[in-house]
Design a protein around this ligand. Structure first.
Ligand code: CA
Length: 632
């Protein structure tokens, strides 16, 4: 439990009404002795000294607090102003925390008539070099997993008093019991596979009555769901992972909350949520943001519409909402020691709000990784969000990376469909021309699949060879790669695109008594074992390959079912050769001499075999080969 703030109330009247409520040690990180003002929330629950931005806005929730008069005395900290809303139960305090302020507790006095309440609010010291933390990049490989479905390290936390959605492993919409303890237990396996970063779907409290396992409907933005563990468990996991070479990326959802969020019992303002706090469905019309012909009505219909009735849409145009969400994200980065953030439903938020959200985060942490989800098959819609370019309508995005749904979709088509002058591998080839639309293509996150997509192996008709081609592409092209959990052992799913729950089956071996165990290899088929070993070899090789992380790329027009791309940097060369044909195919290497001059020897990076090359290379039927060499 993080030590944060305390509240004390006193009265100057003779007849003291001081009632000592026992220190409130329920999950709120503060204690209270109260008379009139019953403060149940101060958020953020604590803050730090030495942040780049000296502004700090506290949201205080207490019955009839709106007219309370605040004051404080602490060297370096000034009360700049207050805000109230149309709800008398909220008060916002604006503080300035000057550069050399020392850590400690502020006593914030709130006076109401004769009575006063003191909030003891903690300003902590920051971790050394916190602002300079490294983010994730094209040198990393990110593992995306669902905590509820990965491993159950502590069956005793599966059900909790006060949480309605009880564990039910038989239901694909139920909670299965996976948790932080299960993740911690298997960090060595993850690191051993060769991943260098983990993106778990959200771990925040989702105390929703049903369908809560996915985590995208938070009910408290400052608390890890007790069924996963505590805030401190989360922080310890991130620290432990770091020691094993694994960065952590938190999945944050600025666009919406769950309809059982504590705010919903007493909304902070009439415009706290979009559409005056009333459900209106989004039109999902993501093109309206960049479309020069879109109507304002449709644009509003996209960003102001709610994702679902159970997911109230945050009104990022309300400055209190915006500040709350910005500080909340900074709080988690600083508190847990994150390397990055994956932003859910990025384009659904108000454009100016979400751009400012990113700017403030990067102002505090200039190298923090942030990747936004924009689920589109339209390259210009995706590129609109990538930083480094001014768009036609004058917008400049701050977002470092965008999830590359466009290339992922084209990759699946390229591998599934027959070859022709404009289908199959040609599709993969032509898609890279879209890289001209973005300033930093290597920062786009290319993935084999995620919690919202059919699994790769199934999407490719359970063909292990095509699956290896896709993974080799994801891991060697000029992108930041992300792999979905279970891909390593060829997990399957329906191919139907909206059967979400079925894309999120339990990782084999994560539950006591599982007959198949992907951590130990017990019960895996020989095809699964071979695939897992192949992926492990590729990931571990990639870890040290600067040429893949930051090298240039040249590729050549696909020819008769084959395609070659070359990564190059200095004298280092890596050629990736795809052959979709059902027979071995001879490839003329002379065609590649611009970047791959007469080379006589190269190493197969998976088998480590050294090959003598002549003018041709015989690509095995239905294969991908990765050759590495250095030029004289
Ligand atoms: Ca559990």
């Amino acid at each position: 439990m993080n030590k944060t703030f305390q509240v004390r109330t006193s009265t100057s009247s003779i007849k003291t009404r001081f009632v000592a409520l026992c220190a409130i040690v329920f999950l709120l990180p503060f204690s209270a002795w109260t008379a009139t003002l019953q403060i149940d929330r101060v958020e953020p629950p604590h803050w730090w000294v030495g942040m780049k931005s000296q502004q700090l806005e506290l949201m205080i929730h207490a019955r009839d607090i709106r007219n309370a008069k605040p004051s404080l005395q602490y060297p370096g900290v000034t009360l700049v102003g207050t805000h109230a809303s149309d709800n008398p139960n909220y008060l916002w305090l604006q503080l300035k925390v000057s550069a050399n302020t020392q850590p400690g507790f502020l006593n914030i006095k709130l006076r109401q008539g004769q009575d006063s309440t003191v909030v003891r609010y903690e300003l902590q010291a920051r971790e050394k070099d916190s602002a300079r933390r490294e983010g994730f990049s094209s040198a990393d490989v990110v593992l995306n997993l669902m905590p509820d479905r990965f491993a159950n390290g502590d069956p005793s936390n599966d059900n909790q008093a006060g949480f309605a959605d009880k564990a039910n492993r038989e239901s694909k919409q139920g909670r299965h019991g996976g948790d932080i303890a299960g993740l911690v237990k298997n960090l060595d396996h993850i690191a051993g596979m060769g991943y260098t970063a983990i993106w778990p779907t959200p771990l925040l409290e989702n105390n929703q009555p049903a369908f809560s396992y996915h985590g995208y409907a938070s009910t408290d933005n400052y608390r890890i769901d007790a069924r996963y563990g505590s805030n401190e468990d989360y922080r310890r996991m991130v620290q432990t992972a770091k020691q094993k070479g694994l960065k952590f990326i938190q999945d944050i959802v600025p666009n919406h909350i769950g309809d059982h969020h504590w705010w919903m019992r007493d909304l902070p303002a009439k415009d706290w949520l979009s559409n005056r706090n009333t459900f209106t469905p989004t039109n999902h019309a993501r093109t309206t943001i960049s479309d020069p012909y879109a109507s304002a009505l449709d644009r509003e219909g996209f960003t102001q519409g709610w994702f679902a009735p159970s997911m109230p849409d945050m009104n990022g145009r309300n400055p209190r909402v915006a500040n709350y969400l910005i500080q909340n994200a900074i709080w988690w980065v600083e508190y847990a020691g994150l390397a990055g953030i994956r932003v859910d439903t990025y384009g659904y938020s108000d454009k100016n709000f979400i751009n400012e959200w990113v700017r403030r985060l990067r102002e505090e942490y200039p190298r923090l990784g942030i990747v936004g989800e924009e689920w589109t098959d339209n390259p210009s819609v995706q590129a609109y969000w990538a930083r480094g370019k001014t768009q036609a309508n004058g917008f400049r995005s701050n977002l470092p990376s965008v999830m590359d749904f466009v290339l992922q979709g084209q990759m699946l088509k390229a591998l599934s469909e027959p070859e022709s002058w404009n289908t199959g591998l040609r599709r993969l080839y032509e898609s890279l021309a879209n890289d001209q639309l973005v300033a930093y293509p290597q920062d786009q996150v290319l993935f084999d699949g995620n919690h919202d997509t059919p699994r790769l192996f199934s999407a490719l008709d359970e063909d292990p060879a095509l699956t290896r081609m896709a993974l080799a592409y994801v891991l060697t092209t000029k992108r930041t790669p992300q792999i979905y959990y279970g891909t390593e052992v060829l997990m399957t799913s329906p191919k139907k695109h909206d059967d979400f729950d079925a894309f999120r089956a339990d990782f084999p071996g994560g539950w006591e008594g599982d007959a198949i165990n992907a951590f130990t290899g017990q019960g895996l088929t020989s095809v699964q074992k071979e695939h897992q070993q192949w992926l492990r070899a590729l990931l571990n090789w990639r870890k040290s390959q600067e040429v893949i992380h930051h090298g240039k790329l040249m590729h050549f027009v696909p020819d008769s079912g084959t395609y070659a791309l070359v990564r190059y940097q200095g004298k280092n060369r890596v050629m990736v050769i795809f052959n979709k044909n059902k027979s071995d195919t001879s490839i003329d290497l002379k065609r590649f001499q611009e970047v791959w001059p007469a080379i006589t020897k190269a190493t197969n990076v998976i088998s480590k075999e050294v090959l003598s090359l002549n003018q041709t290379f015989l690509a095995p039927a239905r294969s991908v080969t990765i050759l590495q060499t250095s030029i004289p």
